[in-house]
Design a protein around this ligand. Structure first.
Ligand SMILES: NC(=O)c1ccc[n+]([C@@H]2O[C@H](COP(=O)([O-])OP(=O)(O)OC[C@H]3O[C@@H](n4cnc5c(N)ncnc54)[C@H](O)[C@@H]3O)[C@@H](O)[C@H]2O)c1
Length: 416
């Protein structure tokens, strides 16, 4: 059967509902997105041809605050993937208790086939198409797979042009020069490292005691590698879509990060130390901590059986299938779930939005300290739920989030 992330997230929500004893009545309201918009985007290519791309913006819930979620450019994007990602955003914001709902956007495109000017035209056309739906107090996009601060600058400029005034609060993850937050680019990776520290501390371990493998070396994986390295963990393998770099004694992460800034594939990196392995070999690398930071559906029944780690920290959204989850549990591998582990990005997006609407600029240390505080407090709440419900960390995190969402639905009531 083909993996469907939307079916996956709904199944896990249902299991959490039953385990947490959550009433069915209002739960059903949040099982589905509030609104799904499909757009067709004509773009003039550099050679004069016109191509029409498909895109979506799915708004899952705004019961706890404005819709919030990234924009993904990927050749395999489809509605169910964007739906699942929108649900995960609502759950994520609820579990760490920031006042946002959940949304996600996507365009089915292979961005590596487009020139920079073509990507800019596509981004601006997509922004135009979803402009009535977004806004600083309505729905606030951010970067995701294959989009970055530059993409957000184009979204911001297009939205501001259409509205006749600068509107920095319409997107987060924008460049600092355009009122982005200090510490936003590295926030998801830093949050992954905070998550790792929190789970290791339960066994009396610290980062210098562990070796780490990271699948995916983009916005999230690259900054996670940097933070792991700086805090004393030994990063033994990193990968991107082109291949794996491996060194049992620890990779030279500063050099690899510098190299990756050029967007060159890791398979072309050569420092005379790192060994090259093929993409699928990442799962078999012996390490203490495995960090999937690429896409969904990576740890399934086959790869979960191969992993040689004690911990999985889900930096990507939905990297583990339900079957993969069961095998990890049977093998005693501890997992920190995506809706908590990668929440650093949306937490600092929240800080960025707060700075924008208050016309303030915060120092990096303030951002980092507050990120740490929010994640540490939320982790404590998830651990309490895990003990109360005798369940996995994933189910506990879902219960914490669902209780907040369902209770908010209940006290609000149904309109009209
Ligand atoms: N950007 C954020 O702030 C953010 C926040 C929370 C969660 N996430 C999630 O983290 C994940 C990664 O997002 P990103 O923003 O870093 O994307 P990105 O496009 O910057 O990087 C993705 C990386 O994964 C690699 N990759 C893709 N398929 C692969 C494969 N099969 N094997 C190995 N590597 C592969 C790519 O080569 C690239 O290095 C996604 O699931 C995303 O939804 C991102």
């Amino acid at each position: 059967m083909n993996y469907n992330p939307y079916v996956n997230v709904q199944n896990v929500m249902e299991e959490a509902r039953k385990t947490g004893g959550i009433d069915r009545r209002f739960f059903d309201v949040i099982k589905h997105p509030q609104r799904e918009t499909k757009v067709y985007l004509p773009v003039e290519m550099d050679d004069g041809e016109v191509r029409v791309f498909e895109g979506w913006r799915v708004q899952h819930s705004n019961i706890r605050g404005p819709f919030k979620g990234g924009i993904r450019f990927h050749q395999d994007c489809d509605l169910d993937e964007i739906r699942a990602l929108s649900v995960w955003m609502s759950l994520k914001c609820a579990v760490v208790d920031i006042p946002f709902g959940g949304a996600k956007g996507g365009v089915r495109v292979n961005p590596s086939e487009l020139s920079r000017r073509e990507l800019e035209r596509l981004t601006r056309r997509y922004t135009f198409a979803i402009e009535p739906l977004i806004g600083p107090d309505k729905d606030i996009p951010a970067p995701d797979v294959n989009t970055d601060a530059q993409t957000m600058a184009w979204v911001l400029d297009t939205y501001s042009m259409l509205n006749g005034r600068p509107c920095p609060g319409v997107v987060t993850g924008k460049p600092v020069e355009l009122r982005g937050s200090r510490g936003r680019a590295s926030a998801t990776g830093k949050g992954v490292v905070i998550s790792t520290k929190l789970i290791l501390a339960r066994s009396g371990l610290k980062l210098p005691d562990v070796s780490v493998t990271i699948q995916g070396f983009g916005n999230v994986g690259r900054y996670a590698a940097k933070a792991f390295h700086e805090q004393g963990a030994k990063v033994v393998a990193v990968s991107d879509i082109s291949g794996v770099l491996y060194d049992a004694d620890g990779l030279d992460i500063p050099s690899i990060s510098e190299f990756a800034k050029t967007k060159a594939p890791l398979s072309t990196f050569n420092d005379g130390h790192a060994e090259h392995l093929s993409v699928g070999d990442i799962f078999a690398v012996p390490c203490d901590v495995f960090v999937p930071a690429a896409l969904e559906n990576q740890i399934d029944e086959t790869t979960a059986a191969v992993l040689k780690c004690s911990y999985v920290i889900e930096a990507a959204n939905g990297p583990t299938t339900e079957a993969g989850d069961r095998i990890l549990a049977e093998r005693g591998i501890q997992l920190v779930p995506d809706i908590f582990a990668n929440s650093g990005g949306v937490i600092v997006s929240y800080f960025e939005w707060v700075q924008n609407i208050q016309e303030l600029t915060w120092e990096r240390d303030r951002v980092t300290d507050m990120l740490d505080d929010i994640m540490s407090r939320a982790f404590g709440e998830v651990l309490e739920e895990m003990a109360r419900s005798s369940c996995s960390l994933r189910i506990a995190a879902y219960i914490v989030a669902l209780k907040k969402l369902v209770y908010a639905e209940e006290i609000k009531g149904i309109f009209p």
